[in-house]
Write a protein that binds this ligand. Structure first.
Ligand code: C5P
Length: 219
């Protein structure tokens, strides 16, 4: 019964890392390449979806037909997503959002000295949890999870605590999966208690699998 097009659907996708400023020249970041999120944007746009891609700093070409919203920090990514909260049919949050950000951003470059430097960090807003709390009937929310232990149990906990409809679990225990790699190995954790495990594939092929499952869920 599944449909094969995202025609008429507004799809919000987050991708890449976030950069949390320490001072005008330094930041806290991570190794996310953005490849998975950009592959999802490309696949879903090609299948007819109206895709808005909220992207942290990456060096990837914007897929054809995709609206790009560039952001730097977790706070900016949160604001960009919440602004569009009432307006999406499907949200897929693949960004590697920083969990902590400096309490204060120094106005000038911090001078080095022989003494050490202590930064105080505070929690960033959780975009997936915010969209989950605000989710309306008919909206579908997909999150990602990267776990190193008790993978499935933690992914299922995440699904429930963040009010998501599906979690894409990345296995770090697989040499073909993860940051900067061209391939990924995923298990889709669904809200009906089921799990779908896939082989290691290119991120483009993984995007097809995720898009296919989403199409089944909206039809
Ligand atoms: O809780 P955890 O960070 O493991 O959840 C990962 C999922 O939550 C991913 O989909 C990620 O994009 C999203 N996330 C978010 N905002 C954060 C942290 C994570 O949207 N501040």
């Amino acid at each position: 019964n599944g449909q094969n097009s995202f025609s008429g659907k507004k799809v919000l996708i987050t991708a890449g890392p976030t950069y949390e400023a320490i001072d005008p020249v330094r930041f806290i970041g991570n190794h996310s390449s953005g490849k998975m999120g950009y592959a999802l944007a490309e696949t879903i746009a090609r299948k007819g979806g109206a895709v808005t891609l909220v992207s942290g700093p990456v060096s990837l070409a914007v897929p054809a037909g995709v609206e790009l919203v560039r952001v730097q920090s977790a706070a900016e990514m949160h604001d960009a997503c919440m602004k569009r909260q009432a307006d999406y049919d499907i949200a897929i949050l693949s960004a590697a959002v920083a969990d902590y950000t400096p309490e204060e951003v120094a106005a000038e470059k911090i001078k080095k000295s022989e003494a050490g430097l202590t930064l105080t960090l505070r929690k960033t807003p959780d975009i997936l949890a915010s969209l989950g709390a605000a989710k309306k009937k008919g909206q579908l929310l997909v999150g990602f999870a990267l776990e190193t232990n008790n993978e499935l149990a933690n992914a299922r906990k995440k699904l429930e605590s963040k009010n998501a409809d599906m979690i894409v679990l990345n296995s770090l225990n697989d040499s073909g999966a993860g940051f900067g790699k061209p391939t990924n190995k995923i298990t889709l954790v669904l809200d009906n208690g089921r799990e779908l495990a896939f082989e290691t594939k290119t991120k483009e092929a993984v995007a097809e699998d995720i898009a296919g499952q989403v199409l089944q869920m909206i039809s």
